[in-house]
Design a protein around this ligand. Structure first.
Ligand code: HEC
Length: 180
Protein backbone atom coordinates (compact mmCIF):
# COMPACT_ATOMS: atom_id res chain seq x y z
CA UNK A 1 0.00 0.00 0.00
CA UNK A 2 2.58 2.60 -1.10
CA UNK A 3 0.21 4.95 -2.89
CA UNK A 4 -2.26 5.46 -0.11
CA UNK A 5 -3.12 9.12 -0.90
CA UNK A 6 -6.84 9.30 -1.18
CA UNK A 7 -8.33 11.81 -3.61
CA UNK A 8 -9.71 13.87 -0.74
CA UNK A 9 -6.17 14.21 0.71
CA UNK A 10 -4.88 15.44 -2.65
CA UNK A 11 -7.72 17.93 -2.89
CA UNK A 12 -6.87 19.19 0.55
CA UNK A 13 -3.21 19.60 -0.51
CA UNK A 14 -4.04 21.60 -3.57
CA UNK A 15 -6.43 23.72 -1.56
CA UNK A 16 -3.63 24.55 0.88
CA UNK A 17 -1.29 25.35 -2.02
CA UNK A 18 -3.89 27.57 -3.60
CA UNK A 19 -4.33 29.50 -0.36
CA UNK A 20 -0.55 29.91 -0.05
CA UNK A 21 -0.29 31.22 -3.57
CA UNK A 22 -3.18 33.53 -2.98
CA UNK A 23 -1.50 34.98 0.14
CA UNK A 24 1.87 35.31 -1.57
CA UNK A 25 0.38 36.99 -4.59
CA UNK A 26 -1.75 39.39 -2.61
CA UNK A 27 1.22 40.28 -0.39
CA UNK A 28 3.79 40.86 -3.10
CA UNK A 29 1.21 42.12 -5.58
CA UNK A 30 -0.26 44.50 -3.04
CA UNK A 31 3.18 45.71 -2.07
CA UNK A 32 4.05 46.16 -5.70
CA UNK A 33 0.88 48.12 -6.33
CA UNK A 34 1.65 50.44 -3.40
CA UNK A 35 5.37 50.96 -3.86
CA UNK A 36 6.32 49.80 -7.30
CA UNK A 37 8.85 47.45 -5.72
CA UNK A 38 8.41 43.73 -6.10
CA UNK A 39 10.64 42.83 -3.12
CA UNK A 40 9.82 44.60 0.13
CA UNK A 41 13.34 44.20 1.55
CA UNK A 42 14.87 46.16 -1.28
CA UNK A 43 12.41 48.96 -0.64
CA UNK A 44 13.37 49.03 3.07
CA UNK A 45 17.06 49.07 2.23
CA UNK A 46 16.45 52.09 0.06
CA UNK A 47 14.78 53.95 2.94
CA UNK A 48 17.75 53.25 5.22
CA UNK A 49 20.21 54.58 2.65
CA UNK A 50 18.14 57.72 2.20
CA UNK A 51 18.13 58.26 6.01
CA UNK A 52 21.89 57.79 6.21
CA UNK A 53 22.36 60.97 4.21
CA UNK A 54 21.12 63.14 7.08
CA UNK A 55 23.78 64.53 9.50
CA UNK A 56 22.19 62.82 12.57
CA UNK A 57 22.73 59.41 11.03
CA UNK A 58 26.21 60.25 9.80
CA UNK A 59 27.28 60.93 13.41
CA UNK A 60 25.99 57.58 14.58
CA UNK A 61 22.28 58.09 15.04
CA UNK A 62 20.10 60.63 16.78
CA UNK A 63 20.78 61.12 20.52
CA UNK A 64 18.75 58.83 22.79
CA UNK A 65 16.09 60.34 25.03
CA UNK A 66 18.07 59.83 28.25
CA UNK A 67 21.11 61.64 26.82
CA UNK A 68 19.16 64.84 26.32
CA UNK A 69 20.26 67.57 28.73
CA UNK A 70 17.61 68.40 31.34
CA UNK A 71 15.72 71.54 30.37
CA UNK A 72 14.33 73.12 33.53
CA UNK A 73 12.57 75.90 31.61
CA UNK A 74 10.32 73.47 29.76
CA UNK A 75 9.85 71.10 32.71
CA UNK A 76 6.64 71.15 34.75
CA UNK A 77 7.58 69.95 38.23
CA UNK A 78 5.38 67.45 40.02
CA UNK A 79 4.93 68.83 43.55
CA UNK A 80 3.29 65.61 44.75
CA UNK A 81 6.22 63.55 43.59
CA UNK A 82 8.51 66.09 45.27
CA UNK A 83 6.84 65.40 48.61
CA UNK A 84 7.33 61.66 48.08
CA UNK A 85 11.02 62.19 47.33
CA UNK A 86 11.35 64.18 50.57
CA UNK A 87 10.83 60.90 52.45
CA UNK A 88 14.59 60.47 51.93
CA UNK A 89 15.24 63.59 53.98
CA UNK A 90 12.86 62.91 56.85
CA UNK A 91 15.29 60.70 58.76
CA UNK A 92 17.17 63.92 59.52
CA UNK A 93 14.80 66.82 58.83
CA UNK A 94 11.33 67.85 59.86
CA UNK A 95 9.46 69.99 57.32
CA UNK A 96 6.45 71.32 59.20
CA UNK A 97 6.05 74.86 60.54
CA UNK A 98 7.59 74.94 64.03
CA UNK A 99 8.90 71.37 63.69
CA UNK A 100 12.01 70.33 65.65
CA UNK A 101 15.58 70.24 64.47
CA UNK A 102 16.78 66.66 64.22
CA UNK A 103 20.16 65.55 62.89
CA UNK A 104 19.60 68.44 60.47
CA UNK A 105 17.67 71.69 60.87
CA UNK A 106 13.91 72.06 60.38
CA UNK A 107 13.16 72.92 56.74
CA UNK A 108 10.11 75.20 56.98
CA UNK A 109 10.75 78.32 54.88
CA UNK A 110 13.99 76.94 53.46
CA UNK A 111 13.33 78.11 49.88
CA UNK A 112 14.49 81.72 49.65
CA UNK A 113 15.82 81.58 53.22
CA UNK A 114 19.41 82.23 54.29
CA UNK A 115 22.03 79.54 54.42
CA UNK A 116 21.90 78.49 58.05
CA UNK A 117 18.32 79.76 58.26
CA UNK A 118 17.76 78.48 61.82
CA UNK A 119 19.26 80.33 64.77
CA UNK A 120 18.78 77.29 67.04
CA UNK A 121 20.83 74.83 65.01
CA UNK A 122 24.56 74.32 65.21
CA UNK A 123 25.75 74.43 61.60
CA UNK A 124 29.13 73.27 60.31
CA UNK A 125 31.75 75.93 59.65
CA UNK A 126 31.62 74.75 56.02
CA UNK A 127 28.01 75.91 55.75
CA UNK A 128 28.66 79.21 57.52
CA UNK A 129 31.63 79.91 55.25
CA UNK A 130 29.61 79.09 52.13
CA UNK A 131 27.14 81.74 53.20
CA UNK A 132 29.67 84.44 52.31
CA UNK A 133 29.52 83.54 48.60
CA UNK A 134 25.98 82.06 48.43
CA UNK A 135 23.75 83.92 50.91
CA UNK A 136 20.37 82.48 49.90
CA UNK A 137 18.81 79.09 49.22
CA UNK A 138 17.50 80.00 45.76
CA UNK A 139 16.78 77.35 43.12
CA UNK A 140 20.36 77.16 41.85
CA UNK A 141 21.85 76.79 45.32
CA UNK A 142 19.38 74.11 46.43
CA UNK A 143 19.79 72.28 43.13
CA UNK A 144 23.59 72.25 43.41
CA UNK A 145 23.60 71.28 47.10
CA UNK A 146 21.00 68.50 46.75
CA UNK A 147 22.73 67.06 43.68
CA UNK A 148 25.99 66.56 45.54
CA UNK A 149 26.03 67.92 49.12
CA UNK A 150 29.67 67.09 49.90
CA UNK A 151 30.90 68.08 46.43
CA UNK A 152 29.23 71.49 46.54
CA UNK A 153 29.91 72.14 50.23
CA UNK A 154 33.03 70.23 51.27
CA UNK A 155 32.98 69.67 55.02
CA UNK A 156 29.18 69.82 55.41
CA UNK A 157 27.64 67.86 58.27
CA UNK A 158 24.91 66.61 55.95
CA UNK A 159 25.69 62.93 55.45
CA UNK A 160 23.64 62.45 52.29
CA UNK A 161 24.84 61.33 48.87
CA UNK A 162 22.51 63.57 46.91
CA UNK A 163 19.80 63.18 44.31
CA UNK A 164 21.34 62.56 40.92
CA UNK A 165 18.30 63.05 38.68
CA UNK A 166 17.63 66.73 37.86
CA UNK A 167 13.90 66.15 37.37
CA UNK A 168 13.65 64.61 40.86
CA UNK A 169 15.46 67.64 42.31
CA UNK A 170 13.09 69.95 40.40
CA UNK A 171 10.07 68.14 41.89
CA UNK A 172 11.56 68.19 45.38
CA UNK A 173 12.49 71.90 45.22
CA UNK A 174 9.00 72.72 43.87
CA UNK A 175 7.60 71.06 47.00
CA UNK A 176 10.13 72.85 49.30
CA UNK A 177 8.87 76.12 47.78
CA UNK A 178 5.41 75.43 49.18
CA UNK A 179 6.72 75.28 52.79
CA UNK A 180 6.10 78.89 53.75
C1 HEC B 1 21.70 61.94 57.23
C2 HEC B 1 20.98 63.13 57.63
C3 HEC B 1 20.48 64.04 56.53
C4 HEC B 1 19.73 63.72 55.44
C5 HEC B 1 19.26 62.35 54.98
C6 HEC B 1 19.44 64.96 54.77
N1 HEC B 1 20.01 66.01 55.44
FE1 HEC B 1 19.90 67.96 54.96
N2 HEC B 1 21.11 68.45 56.49
C7 HEC B 1 21.62 67.54 57.42
C8 HEC B 1 22.54 68.25 58.30
C9 HEC B 1 23.31 67.65 59.45
C10 HEC B 1 22.56 69.59 57.87
C11 HEC B 1 23.44 70.72 58.39
C12 HEC B 1 24.58 70.84 57.40
C13 HEC B 1 25.78 71.63 57.89
O1 HEC B 1 25.69 72.34 58.90
O2 HEC B 1 26.82 71.54 57.20
C14 HEC B 1 21.65 69.69 56.74
C15 HEC B 1 21.38 70.85 56.03
C16 HEC B 1 20.46 70.97 55.04
C17 HEC B 1 20.10 72.20 54.40
C18 HEC B 1 20.63 73.58 54.75
C19 HEC B 1 19.72 74.12 55.83
C20 HEC B 1 20.01 75.56 56.25
O3 HEC B 1 19.40 75.99 57.22
O4 HEC B 1 20.84 76.22 55.60
C21 HEC B 1 19.17 71.90 53.46
C22 HEC B 1 18.50 72.85 52.49
C23 HEC B 1 18.96 70.47 53.51
N3 HEC B 1 19.74 69.95 54.49
C24 HEC B 1 18.06 69.80 52.72
C25 HEC B 1 17.94 68.42 52.71
C26 HEC B 1 17.05 67.70 51.83
C27 HEC B 1 16.06 68.36 50.88
C28 HEC B 1 17.25 66.37 52.05
C29 HEC B 1 16.63 65.20 51.34
C30 HEC B 1 16.80 65.16 49.92
C31 HEC B 1 18.25 66.27 53.09
N4 HEC B 1 18.63 67.52 53.46
C32 HEC B 1 18.70 65.07 53.62
C33 HEC B 1 21.33 66.21 57.49
C34 HEC B 1 20.64 65.48 56.53
Amino acid sequence: MKHSHTPSFLIACSAVLAVCWGLALSFFGGHWLLTGHLFPHKAEAKIVVAGAETPADASGGAPKAEEKPFDLASYTPDVGRGETIAAKCKACHSFDNGGPNRVGPNQWGIYGGHLGHRTDFSYSSALLEKKASVPTWDYAALDAFLADPKGWMPGTKMQFNGIKKPDERADLIAWLKTLK
